[in-house]
Design a binder for this molecule. Sequence first.
Ligand SMILES: N[C@@H](CCC(=O)N[C@@H](CS)C(=O)NCC(=O)O)C(=O)O
Length: 202
Amino acid sequence: MLKIHGIPRSRAFRCIWAAEEAGLPYEVIPIGFQPGFKLERSVDINPNNKIPALEDGDLMLFESLAINLHIAKKAGAPLMPAGHDESRALQWTLWTATEAEPHVMRWSYNAYLKPEAERVASEAAAGKEALDARLAVLERELAARPFLLGGAFTVADLNLASVLYGSWLNGYDYASFPKVKAWLDACLTRPAALKARKQREG
Ligand SMILES: N[C@@H](CCC(=O)N[C@@H](CS)C(=O)NCC(=O)O)C(=O)O
């Protein structure tokens, strides 16, 4: 049984979605937030003291997207394809973490996450400008195929769509990126995504 430490209203959402896609049994060990996004208690199995963290038998893992790669690997294809496509899944996951997530978070904190009085409009705009540049890359890629690696949904789609999820749900303007919008709509309304979203949004 996978043990996902965290709560659905955190990056643990990504791992809950992955476990649902993989069809693997899991339990959520809840650790929530105090005001200011500080954790209500420490996460003993993560040296960074952050959520999510995964326990899979005697394996302890941190980093939500790495946890998802592990879960996908356990499930095998099509979630984690073999050969060159596995390398492409790693490529898109690193792209997600380095090229997309910092700008998503800069926009998100200043557009809807922080209390209104603490939001800085110029910070939200800078995040959006940087993210739009990456979405333009994604738009061109998705013009060639329905999912990042080809015709099937894989962990590459899961990791990127789960990082873009908050922006998609909270009014980010995707009008200039219709292929990205259609791909996000498809990823985030999959049955497994809906099950994870129900835990977070419900
Ligand atoms: N890169 C890490 C980020 C983890 C992270 O920042 N988690 C937040 C919750 S979504 C957290 O634990 N915040 C509490 C804190 O930083 O004290 C991942 O993707 O797992």
